[in-house]
Write a protein that binds this ligand. Sequence first.
Ligand SMILES: [Zn+2]
Length: 425
Amino acid sequence: MILRARHVLPIAGPPIPNGAILLQGSRIAAVGSWPDLAASAPAAAPVIDYGDALLLPGLVNAHCHLDYTDMAGLLAPTREFPDWIKTIMAAKGAWSDADFHRSWLRGASQLLATGTTSAANIESLPAAFSLLRPQSPVRIHSFLEITGVRVQRDPAQILADAESTLQSAPPAPGAVGLSPHAPYSTVPELLRLAAQSARRRGWRLTTHLAESRAEFDMFMYRRGSMFEWLESQRACSDCGQGSPIRHAARHDLLGPDFLAVHVNYLWDGDARLLADSWSSVVHCPRSHSYFRHQHFPATELAAAGVNLCLGTDSLASTRASGPFPPTLSLFDEMAELASRDNTLPPAEILTRATLNGARALGHGDLLGALEPGRLADITVIPGRASGAHIEDLAIHHSGSVLATWIGGRCVWHQPGVAPAQQAVA
Ligand SMILES: [Zn+2]
């Protein structure tokens, strides 16, 4: 099978005009110009010609919450971050299991329709996620959320329950891992036990970290709205000991298998700690704008050598940018990032949404780029441009993609866009 289009954006190399990709089973066998590929392809290989379109690697969403998809537009931002946590906890309390399930599946459909082929999802439904994830072809990396403050349970017991939930999950595309929710909603022992358990089992770890000023002030200075809210609910001997990043480092979370989500508030040396441990940082541009956090320290993190990737976070913390409700589209995240920083090259933005996300999930050699030997996860978007404008066109695509391919299979295409197949002449 050959996929052909006006442009191919391999990410691993420069854009290829009049390009094509030869698929062999679930993998990519060759990437190049159409004349070269057509000349060397097996006789009568079927061709799908998308015409005025771009082929790019399937996008990798390095942080989302599928189960909150139907909360899009329901929650207004608050001045203090803890007030927003209280708001979403109340909203969640009013939902039935069926509401969460419907919302999870709608989110997974939105990923497919917007060209995302791998996603790191925070699972807050231990009883349901293992039934939901096999229903989507997306490679969903399910990170089971654990918290230890509100539930007031023994950290060892919380972890034992999480382990048994993950170990009994039936196989599905993607993987499983652990997500201690955040430093403020967990206790140090739970962070340490989660890190030990994940590393023993080869699971990855992810945590919301240094997201808000309130969290930073709690760990750095034992003060502020988060500290005042939680002081009576958790032992706070871990506060006033340094930044949230330092807190995570002290309790063994950092490592090449760790995805630190948000990381908006850094202290001296934090970027170095993240880089030296090979941790990845996930930036969620629309959620960042929704909460009006201080400027994301991308330059400092990139200069230290941190792997930067992109996520959508949940639609509960995403504003609509037009008349329609927001969707879980990484294209919309790329556009938001570009609008906030016009010095960032579009090729770098695309790399964060593809290859860097794949690296964060441990698949830097398999996913996130179009190269022989990698898995054939491919996104097709409409458009024609020339030169440097091709990458610009890609990051400003909006709405559904033309088609999404995962592992060499077309798993989604726009109605009416099923392209004609022809054999190589
Ligand atoms: Zn989140």
